[in-house]
Design a protein around this ligand. Structure first.
Ligand SMILES: [Zn+2]
Length: 299
């Protein structure tokens, strides 16, 4: 009985212990589970944080990539634009060169050709376009004098400027065809004799055949003589003709021809100005140097 009682007590105690232990165990387990859950939550949180951080990094990288791509694109675009600009300017330059070439092709190279006793214009040479000079500018208004059309405005500007300056200046002769020249030459020979103009450029009249040469005269002169050199008209021409593109072809003391103070040739303002400023005459300069001015002869 005692055993039973003891047993009962034991059982009871055991049960109580078991119960208590169970309760205790349950409590501990709960606590552990809570700890685990807590840890898990923390872990998850940490994981979430890591994920969030990774995502942030990912997006930041993406943004940075996008930004650098954008920069690259912009640089590329700028490169393309400057390449296009370079191409455009090259095209413009090329078309400018083509325009200049066309201009040069359309400019008669004979207009700046130097002539000599051994090199004259072909007898069949004809200027491209001739225009009659208004008779008010002529020494003999009854005659018809012509000048190369694009050079005529320069001649008339010179004549008008001389008039404004109070200089009596008239055109005695301008364009002469080869036929007219030959006839005149014979006439000159008859009038003055072979010795008179033997060494004169007027013999060949090449520059007159171009349509860009003019013989000037002033009162009271009636013929083309070296007397013209002592007139105020000649002095005015010496100081001003270059402004209108005219040069004295055969100055005093030139090694080619006799002095022809009346004979002036249109060579363009830039060449005439350069010759005036450098104190050189047309026939002293090399043909190569002169040719550089052909393109700007009517500028
Ligand atoms: Zn002449």
């Amino acid at each position: 009985m005692r055993f039973l009682q003891e047993h009962k007590r034991l059982i009871g105690g055991g049960l109580a212990a078991i119960l208590a232990g169970g309760l205790l165990g349950y409590g501990i387990r709960m606590e552990i589970e809570l700890l685990i859950m807590n840890r898990m939550l923390r872990g998850e949180l940490a994981g979430e944080r890591q994920t969030a951080s990774a995502e942030r990094n990912y997006y930041e990288n993406l943004l940075s990539l996008a930004s650098s791509t954008n920069q690259n694109l912009q640089q590329h675009l700028q490169g393309e634009q400057s390449r296009n600009n370079a191409i455009e300017s090259q095209v413009l330059q090329l078309s400018g060169n083509v325009n200049q070439l066309t201009q040069l092709q359309n400019t008669d190279p004979q207009l700046l050709e130097k002539y000599s006793r051994v090199y004259f214009l072909n007898e069949n040479y004809q200027p491209k376009s001739l225009t009659a000079i208004d008779s008010s500018y002529l020494y003999n208004p009854k005659r018809t004098e012509q000048f190369l059309a694009p050079a005529l405005p320069y001649l008339l500007s010179l004549m008008n400027a001389a008039k404004i300056a109070g200089i009596d200046l008239k055109i005695a002769s301008a364009y002469r065809s080869f036929g007219t020249q030959a006839a005149l030459h014979t006439e000159y020979l008859v009038t003055y004799g072979i010795g008179t103009n033997q060494f004169s450029a007027e013999e060949g009249y090449s520059e007159h055949q171009l349509g860009t040469a003019a013989d000037f005269i002033t009162s009271p002169m009636t013929a083309l003589t070296t007397t013209f050199a002592s007139t105020s008209a000649y002095a005015w021409l010496q100081s001003n003709a270059y402004k209108y593109g005219f040069v004295l072809s055969y100055p005093k003391g030139n090694p080619y021809y006799i002095f022809e103070p009346w004979h002036w040739r249109f060579v363009g303002v830039s060449l005439a100005t350069w010759l005036y400023q450098s104190n050189q005459s047309f026939y002293d300069v090399s043909q190569r140097t002169i040719n550089q001015y052909l393109i700007s002869i009517f500028n």
